[in-house]
Design a protein around this ligand. Structure first.
Ligand code: CP
Ligand code: NVA
Length: 323
């Protein structure tokens, strides 16, 4: 069963951060996601995982992540259960160790969207089934996986391509940074003072870039960043959990909007990306989001295809480990 899963993926147990994933594993997972998407579109994909259950814990709101995982489980032949953390009460009502053990005894996979990244790390430590990070304050690895898949579909390769990220150095930016550098891309970030990547992150990015032939640069000039870029990317200025800072951030990010004027500084073949949800008129204008350079909705759809491929790999590896 599923013997066509590439050997390089057979060691993957959890998916918590792109930083933790070996470069070869990441590249293979991107290619595998593209292959499975094509098979799925051709009606060649067979649901092989009847009776398997994914528990989804949400401490924050979601459209794409929840729908992508739930639809993926149905397409794999299994089922997903939505567990709002208001009800579960991890750490408030129940210790994370007990939550992880109970879910592991009833379900085959855990996906968690959390505030503190440490919580997904702890879940994976105490769980006997694979754990996937569906976004933490620190990382959004499933988003980066779908984004890299989308860039590869568009350009046919990742190595040497340039991604310009305009805006907050947040969870999405950090995962993209690690993903771009592991796949040999050129990553440049334009962020205002106070919203830049932390220095430790920059140092490890530079070390990684030196190893993979990738490159990393920072600027506070969006027009400089988008020059020669193949992909121009942004995310919200205020992430979930930062709502109290929204007004200050709107002021601080003035000039960091992706709009038609900024896109004039990029090459005409550049694509525009956003993880969504977007705040139209803030970090990106509607004409650009809906324009011919935007691949934003292909990115969103690829959350489904890449997450289905990821779940298939994790289910296969967990089943093999039990044999
Ligand atoms: N991009 C993303 O993760 O979307 P949701 O927050 O809607 O899941
Ligand atoms: N940076 C955003 C991403 C949402 C998908 C947030 O954390 O809210």
């Amino acid at each position: 069963m599923n013997s066509d899963i590439p050997q390089a993926l057979r060691s993957l147990k959890h998916f918590l951060a792109i930083r933790d994933v070996d470069a070869d594993v990441l590249k293979t997972l991107i290619d595998f996601s593209i292959r499975r998407k094509s098979e799925f579109k051709q009606g060649k994909f067979k649901p092989m995982w009847q009776g398997k259950v994914l528990a989804m814990i949400f401490q924050k709101a979601s459209l794409r992540t929840r729908l992508g995982f739930e639809a993926a489980m149905v397409q794999l032949g299994g089922h997903a259960v939505n567990l709002d953390d208001q009800q579960v009460g991890i750490t408030r009502r129940e210790d994370v160790r007990d939550v992880a053990r109970v879910i592991s005894s009833m379900c085959d996979l855990i996906m968690a969207r959390v505030f503190g990244h440490q919580l997904v790390v702890e879940l994976s430590a105490f769980s006997s089934v694979p754990v996937v990070n569906g976004l933490s304050d620190w990382a959004h690895p499933c988003q980066a996986l779908a984004d890299l898949m989308t860039i590869k579909e568009r350009f046919g390769e990742l190595h040497g391509r340039k991604l310009a990220y305009i805006g907050d150095a947040n969870n999405v930016a950090r995962s993209l940074l690690n993903g771009c550098l592991k796949t040999g891309m050129r990553f440049v970030i334009a962020a205002p003072e106070g919203y830049r990547l932390d220095r430790g992150q920059v140092e490890s990015a530079q070390m990684m870039a030196a190893k993979s032939g990738a490159s990393f640069a920072e600027t506070n000039q969006p027009a400089e960043a988008v020059k020669d870029a193949d992909a121009v990317y942004t995310d919200v200025w205020t992430s979930m959990g930062q709502e109290a800072e929204a007004e200050q951030r709107a002021e601080d990010f003035t000039g960091f909007q992706i709009n038609a004027e900024l896109m004039k500084a990029a090459q005409p073949t550049a694509v525009v990306m956003h993880c969504l949800p977007a705040h139209r008129g803030d970090e990106i204008t509607s004409d650009v989001l809906d324009g011919s350079q935007s691949i934003v909705f292909q990115q969103a759809e690829n959350r489904l295809h890449s997450q289905r491929a990821l779940l298939e790999v994790l289910l296969t590896n967990a089943a093999d480990a039990k044999r």
